[in-house]
Design a protein around this ligand. Structure first.
Ligand code: GDP
Ligand code: IMO
Ligand code: MG
Length: 424
């Protein structure tokens, strides 16, 4: 059976988790393949809201197994807290979650350094990170001084590896960041505790996944963040430190590309972004605040107000190319019911010339080219059939489909699992 991929087509928070949850009923295994606790993935079922950060969003169904893939950076403290919260809601995470022995362990000093760097940055140098230590953990991975989940399984080896890592990191913490050095014994103790609780769930997930696919199991790859935040294909340097895009899904799960079937790109019917960086379709001032309030656009992880803008065709086309998206899910269309007329960015101009591509550089200098679409002004929340949508709303959806040149397969009209239209 195939593996399908759910990937964010904008700057994150597109409603990926709602779609993952929806698709999980026909899925056996859900895999997070990159990012870490910077993600905030919201699922609403029967009016009850769950927010996932490290635990894959497909956990709600009884039939699913969830995998934290090798491309994720796993913060053990954060993970155990999330598990405890979910257990209070009746989910037995320990019975359902497998952890890749190759995923990197995010350590407390990664968070501290992230915070210090963000606070100490000049306005131009600030990224606006979630301060969860993501970039620092991936940096250590690339420097080849990271700790992996498999290292937790042998306590003697763990102590030796930690000693080697702290020899390097403590110098950096003290000399460069003016922070306290990390005490080996304290860190060893807390990681040993995590290993005692989760050790049996740490396995080679690469073989587990490929064997499952070979046996006909259905796998869903769950992206965090989005294409605009991709370290290679996003708006560098205002990005996260991983590859949310489809190449990252394969590298971060070990699933062979031969199994990959549908690449489902999730996009809001408008655009949001949290943190710094260029945003051509951004709505500034009071008008932006109106959309923020209508859409409830406040971060699921940090609570920060999200910047809001109109749908951006040029950006979505970039995501389609980079990910190989063959199916789009359009979310939060209900939020636009307020408007008489809905602007859409259909392209960019630079120095009076129309650009043919989403630029790799200089996005802050482009001038967006707008088209206007008629609003519908009827409440469409919760509608689950395309035919029941007002004509102008259907026409907005059809126009976006034409502009981006890719099938819109699902339309979401509300946060709840049921508020979903499957298109013919
Ligand atoms: P993710 O990070 O991509 O999973 O998205 P988030 O969970 O951070 O943000 C999406 C927000 O929009 C959440 O609060 C969802 O419950 C909500 N949401 C998802 N789809 C819809 C929709 O179609 N309409 C409305 N009104 N809210 C939605
Ligand atoms: P989900 O999975 C929206 C943003 C941060 C910041 C940049 C780098 O819920 O869509 P980081 O902490 O990753 O080093 O921050 O990336 N960012 C997100 N924005 N949704 C997310 O995740 C995000 N994860 C990180 O705001 O601009
Ligand atoms: Mg989110």
């Amino acid at each position: 059976m195939p593996a399908n991929l759910v990937v964010g087509a904008q700057w994150g928070d597109e409603g990926k988790a709602k779609v993952i949850d929806y698709l999980s009923k026909d899925t056996d295994i859900i895999v997070r393949y990159q990012g870490g606790a910077n993600a905030g993935h919201t699922v609403v079922v029967g009016g009850k809201k769950y927010i996932f950060h490290l635990v894959p969003s497909g956990i709600i169904y009884d039939n699913t197994t969830c995998v934290i893939g090798n491309g994720v950076v796993l913060d053990p403290e954060y993970f155990l807290k999330e598990c405890a919260d979910l257990e209070k809601s009746g989910f037995n995470v320990k019975n359902k979650v497998l952890i890749s022995d190759s995923c990197h362990i995010l350590l407390p000093h990664h968070r501290l350094i992230d915070e210090v760097r963000e606070l100490g940055s000049s306005p131009e140098g600030k990224i606006g990170t979630t301060k969860k230590g993501i970039g620092m953990c991936y940096a250590d991975k690339m420097l080849r001084i990271g700790l992996r989940a498999g290292d937790l399984l042998d306590k003697d080896m763990l102590k030796r590896k930690l000693a080697r890592i702290l020899e390097v990191k403590n110098q950096e913490l003290v000399k460069y960041y003016d922070l306290e050095p990390v005490k080996l014994d304290d860190l060893f103790k807390s990681l040993s505790q995590f290993a005692d609780i989760m050790g049996n769930n740490i396995i080679n997930t690469i073989y587990f996944l490929n064997d499952a696919l070979q046996q006909g199991k259905r796998v869903l790859l769950e992206g965090a963040q989005g294409t605009g935040l991709d370290i290679d294909h996003g708006t560098y340097p205002y990005v996260t430190s991983s590859n949310p895009t489809s190449g990252g899904a394969l590298a971060g799960s070990g699933v062979s590309f031969r199994y990959l079937k549908d690449v489902i790109g999730i996009t809001k019917a408008y655009t949001t972004r949290v943190g710094e960086g260029p945003f051509p379709s951004e709505i500034l001032g009071e008008a932006g605040e109106v959309l923020r309030k209508l859409g409830g656009e406040y971060g699921s992880t940090t609570g920060r107000p999200r910047r809001c803008g109109w749908f951006d065709v040029q950006m979505i086309k970039h995501s389609i190319v980079v990910n190989g998206i063959n199916n789009i899910t359009l979310t939060k269309i209900d939020v636009l019911s307020h408007y008489d007329s809905i602007p859409v960015v259909v392209g960019y101009e630079l120095k009076g010339k129309r650009l043919t591509h989403f630029p790799s550089q200089g996005l802050e200098d482009v001038k967006p080219v707008f088209a206007e679409f008629k609003g519908w002004k009827d409440d469409i929340s919760g509608i689950s059939s395309f035919d029941k949508l007002p004509p102008n709303c259907r026409s907005y959806i059809n126009s976006l489909q034409e502009l981006i040149g890719t099938k819109i397969g699902i339309v979401s009209t509300g946060p709840d699992r049921e508020d979903t239209i499957i298109m013919n």
